[in-house]
Design a protein around this ligand. Structure first.
Ligand SMILES: [Mg+2]
Length: 415
């Protein structure tokens, strides 16, 4: 049998993207700790410059904590519409190197460059040219990881940050992963991490070497894929036309939370983030889901008769409501999510909270100004577009409705 052709997958991830855009646009912020998205104590950090990271600030951190760690930080509101425009520029640069691009986030993408490495003088030369091209076009730095598959490319990229260029050849994959903590693997969160800990598995090497049958007994269906990942095996293709099934945001609290104020603040942040992403990608959704993980573990870690270990688990609750009208509006998503939270009547502290929107449909089917109560917002959106793109942009924007939804974003300086 002939082996399958070797692939080259490139993972590109902009360094501290939102914060870097702000520092680029405002030279006086360069060299200073810039924190985006936590302008109020109730906000959540969307991005932290490397200067801010030295104080321990990182993305997804609650605003009050970021303010405590770095009181001298420059806290800026997220200007997502602007970052999305920069992101589009970056993706246009990527497209010079391959048509096979799978966007993962505004600042992150997978590129299958198998077919084009020859044109650019090899994988390393291509990666170098891509980094230079992004820098020249946007004055922003991108870290790049190159490997035979997505899993290893992403790991390589993260190991090289910032401004990294890391190539992992097929024969180096095993050595790279051997000492890597299992928690760096795709899909290994805190709970699974603890389960693996209990088995004495800390590194990918240990996981790869663990007896398959026993692993299967403890982890069930996930065992096989996890073991493959630990060996650096990942056959998932780069999917350029990935259609999202849902958009979700979630966070795990540093300490368990029960106060309704905190919960509603986090739901608000999640609803805004979900709505932003949905609008950016031109969708609306009908089903709002709230996901909650309770703080108190059920059960103890005990050895079972069959030699496996039964782990404590944190009960997961989900509550959904399907709306008659699909929405991409953060206020609507927030309202439904808070109603779901209240109806769930959870009395005990929680460790994780998530909000998602599913049942997606393209926003292009939107009936534009028919609903009187939406007129005001639409007007504001048009103003925002004019501010951003100039007066003659309006005609174009109306022809492509999702442009309008970009304009609904907060303008810089609004609170
Ligand atoms: Mg990034």
């Amino acid at each position: 049998m002939t082996p399958p052709p070797a692939r080259w997958i490139l993972h590109a991830d902009m360094d501290a993207f939102f914060a870097s855009v702000e520092q680029r646009d405002h030279p006086e912020l360069r060299g200073r700790p810039v924190i985006v998205g936590a302008t109020s104590a109730r906000g959540v950090v969307a991005a932290a410059s490397y200067e801010a990271r030295r104080y321990g600030v990182h993305s997804a951190m609650p605003g009050f904590r970021a303010h405590a760690l770095c009181p001298q930080g420059v806290f800026l509101p997220s200007d997502i519409a602007h970052y999305a425009a920069v992101s589009a520029e970056i993706h246009a640069v990527f497209a010079r190197f391959t048509p096979l691009i799978e966007p993962v986030a505004l600042d992150e993408a997978f590129l299958d460059i198998t077919g084009s490495v020859g044109l650019f003088g090899g994988p390393g030369a291509l990666a170098h040219q891509l980094k230079q091209a992004v820098l020249k076009q946007t004055e922003l730095r991108v870290s790049v990881g190159l490997a035979p598959n997505k899993l290893v490319a992403k790991i390589a990229c993260s190991l090289g940050k910032p401004d990294g260029l890391r190539i992992v050849h097929p024969h180096d994959v095993e050595r790279l992963l051997a000492d890597l903590p299992v928690r760096r693997l795709w899909g290994v969160g805190p709970v699974l991490g603890e389960q693996l800990d209990a088995l004495g598995i800390r590194t990918c090497g240990e996981l790869a070497a663990y007896p398959a049958e026993e692993l299967g007994r403890v982890l069930g269906e996930r065992a096989a894929e996890l073991r493959d990942f630990a060996r650096g095996t990942d056959s998932r293709p780069v999917e350029p036309d990935r259609e999202p099934k849902s958009y979700g945001e979630e966070n795990t609290f540093e300490t368990d939370v029960r106060a309704r104020d905190t919960v509603t603040a986090v739901i608000t942040a999640h609803a805004e983030a979900v709505a932003r992403r949905v609008r950016r990608d031109g969708y609306r959704g009908r089903t709002v889901t709230v996901k909650v993980k309770l703080g108190r573990a059920r059960g103890q870690r005990v050895s079972r008769g069959d030699g496996g270990v039964s782990e404590p688990d944190y009960p997961l609750l989900t509550r959904s409501r399907t709306l008659r009208q699909a929405t991409d509006d953060d206020a609507r998503i927030r309202e439904v999510a808070i109603a779901l939270w209240d109806a769930a009547a959870i009395e005990e502290p929680i460790r994780l909270l998530g909000v998602s929107l599913s049942g997606l449909e393209p926003a292009a089917s939107r009936q534009l100004p028919l609903f009187p109560d939406k007129k005001e917002r639409l007007g504001a959106a048009l103003d925002a577009i004019q501010d951003r793109f100039g007066r003659d942009a309006i005609g174009r924007a109306v022809a492509t409705p999702h442009k309008i939804t970009h304009g609904r974003q907060k303008k810089r300086g609004e609170s």
